[in-house]
Ligand binder design. Sequence first.
Ligand code: SDX
Length: 434
Amino acid sequence: MAEKTHSHDMTLSDPATGKEYTLPVLEGSVGPKVIDIRKLYGQSGYFTYDPGFTSTASCDSAITYIDGDAGQLLHRGYRIEDLAEHCNYMEVCYLLLRGKLPNAAEKTEFEHTITYHTMLHEQILNFFRGFRRDAHPMAIMVGVIGALSAFYHDSTDINDPEQRMVASHRLVAKMPTIAALAFKYSSGQPFTYPQNKLSYAENFLHMTFSVPAEEYEINPAVARAMDKIFILHADHEQNASTSTVRIAGSSGANPFACIAAGISCLWGPAHGGANEAVLQMLYEIGHKDNIPKYLEKAKDKNDPFRLMGFGHRVYKNLDPRAGVLKSSCDEVLDQLGVNDPLLELARELERIALEDDYFRERKLFPNVDFYSGIILKAIGFPTSMFTVLFALARTVGWVAQWNEMITDPNQKIGRPRQLFTGSDERAFIPIDKR
Ligand code: SDX
């Protein structure tokens, strides 16, 4: 991790008091510099104000860098396009967790470690049976991942690097098993156990789609597409769910409970829930002739309708992951012989939206969620499973960021302040006087 350096000082002058404050400007390895305001409140009595943290760096990190204007996404310095093209998800997991791409021997050992953690304690299966069959799979994920914190007492000393890595391996390894079980439970099919001879993506497809009644044939193109989708969703700097994991972990909480918190945050339609919402939106639009009407709704501030899968807090250019997924769409649908009219509708929607001033002025481009749902639907996942797959893939990013946070000497418990706009102190009124 390149150490941050002191670049220069910035002076803040307050005309209300005539006072001046010197604020150090810090520089990382690439990207915007930061104004270090850690001493500002102590010196000035002022907080800073930034709801949604649109301009606030919450931490140092060396894992993922995004240049939103350039549409650039790097994991430990490597372009997401190169990783998606030349690596498998296990290599990217190793890269995110350990900071470098594995050599052949390291890759083999890591894959073996993950493979041999994919089974669950048999008691955990009981948690599924407590849910209604029609429970949303994300609700099941939140509950079962949280429940893992009751099982692995040998890996909860978060200050022991070894135990942290064991917890990290268990989470990466068991997410596919739990995700597949959530699907099986909601569909009423029998649970399927992992097969150690299969790759990570193949194992997940097998656990999800195989049934005891017949041999399940893994389509290599589908397994490759699944693996690529996992890579594209692996990590994404300090997004809402990663920040949730970091702030939960900053109190020293159990790692499995922290990941359950991240899953809860990811579920929201403004974040990871957008991939499910994109499909629902396309079904609602129905036909390309209806696109103009829905674009007007998306622009109408009084209409809650948003163009799901469009826009991003950081990218003000095409999300590079959307570009990779858009080309994968063709590949997968051709391979599967699927001719999904929703793909044409999505393409037409993108074309028309990107010609519209409202979207161009606000630099609203398709994000990672816009095309992923179409591929997942073609593979055979119900829309309710889309965000589960996002959570599965993002777990390695969450645990990598959690490890980095725990080992960061600057890290304190996350505890933002506020601009208070409520009532000042007032006399108490007894109930008979109210
Ligand atoms: C993910 O952070 C991450 O990294 C997330 C993620 C990851 O990998 O972890 O990339 C994954 O969550 C992708 C985003 C998925 N969400 C959606 O696709 C939902 C639809 N998108 C919007 O809700 C919105 O774009 C957000 C939430 C993604 C970003 O919201 P911001 O940064 O708060 O943007 P904003 O609301 O300030 O928008 C700026 C303007 C506003 O208009 P004005 O007030 O300037 O007139 O753009 C408008 C917004 O109304 N706008 C949209 C829009 N997104 C923003 N208008 C219509 N449709 C949209 N989708």
